[in-house]
Design a protein around this ligand. Structure first.
Ligand code: FE
Length: 205
């Protein structure tokens, strides 16, 4: 809609139909068009620093459930665990943010328990106009055979699905977990609250 409105405005300006301009202010037909239109600037976020190395995929595991609710806040009353805020972007190999990318998260609670009957600690969201996501959740607990991790599926619009997991630096069982991959470590800071950051880089869109 915004693009259509802008296009209409530009046509009106070019033909002198805007109503308030003088003939001196109306561009001549031979005037060069600007190199970049305002609508292009508004819809293309600037690249951000990234490794340009695709985020590796790892196993889905046994606890994925299709049909998660649209939700970026997974924690709430009755959910065991310490609050955790995870933020980041979804990028392509050129570090350009991908708008409207799907992220479908699922994880265990602070006691290492999955909700396999309902959708507690399961939810999907889409990246915003800057290619950013924001997940309010809890720090997952360990369960037999696994270090702390958050599962996620990431998909650019119309692209293939990346199934992977996010890990926590310093978790004592990272080195004993065959699924663990150091390229999937979040940057975690613990102050008054715990926050984490991870940028996904997709090899194809
Ligand atoms: Fe798991």
């Amino acid at each position: 809609m915004i693009r259509l409105l802008l296009a209409g405005y530009l046509v009106a300006a070019m033909t002198g139909c805007a109503g308030t301009g003088t003939s001196a202010a109306v561009p001549r037909a031979s005037s060069p068009l600007p190199a970049t239109s305002p609508s292009t600037q508004a819809s293309t976020p600037a690249p951000i620093a990234c490794s340009k190395v695709a985020t590796p995929g790892v196993t889905e595991g046994p606890y994925f459930k299709a049909g998660s609710p649209a939700a970026s806040t997974l924690t709430g009353p009755g959910v065991a665990g310490t609050s955790l805020l995870v933020t980041g972007h979804v990028l392509n190999l050129n570090c350009a943010p991908i708008v409207g990318a799907l992220l479908d998260f699922w994880q265990a609670d602070g006691n290492g328990q999955y909700d396999n009957n309902g959708y507690r600690l399961r939810g999907h969201q889409f990246t915003d106009s800057q290619g950013a996501y924001r997940l309010e959740t809890v720090i997952p607990g360990e369960y037999p055979g696994r270090t702390q991790h958050i599962h996620v599926k990431v998909q650019a619009p119309g692209g293939p699905v990346l199934t992977t997991q996010l890990f926590f630096p310093g978790s004592p069982r990272n080195s004993q977990d065959s699924v663990f991959n150091g390229a999937l470590l979040m940057q975690v800071s613990s102050g008054a609250s715990t926050t984490a950051n991870y940028d996904f880089i997709l090899s194809s869109e």
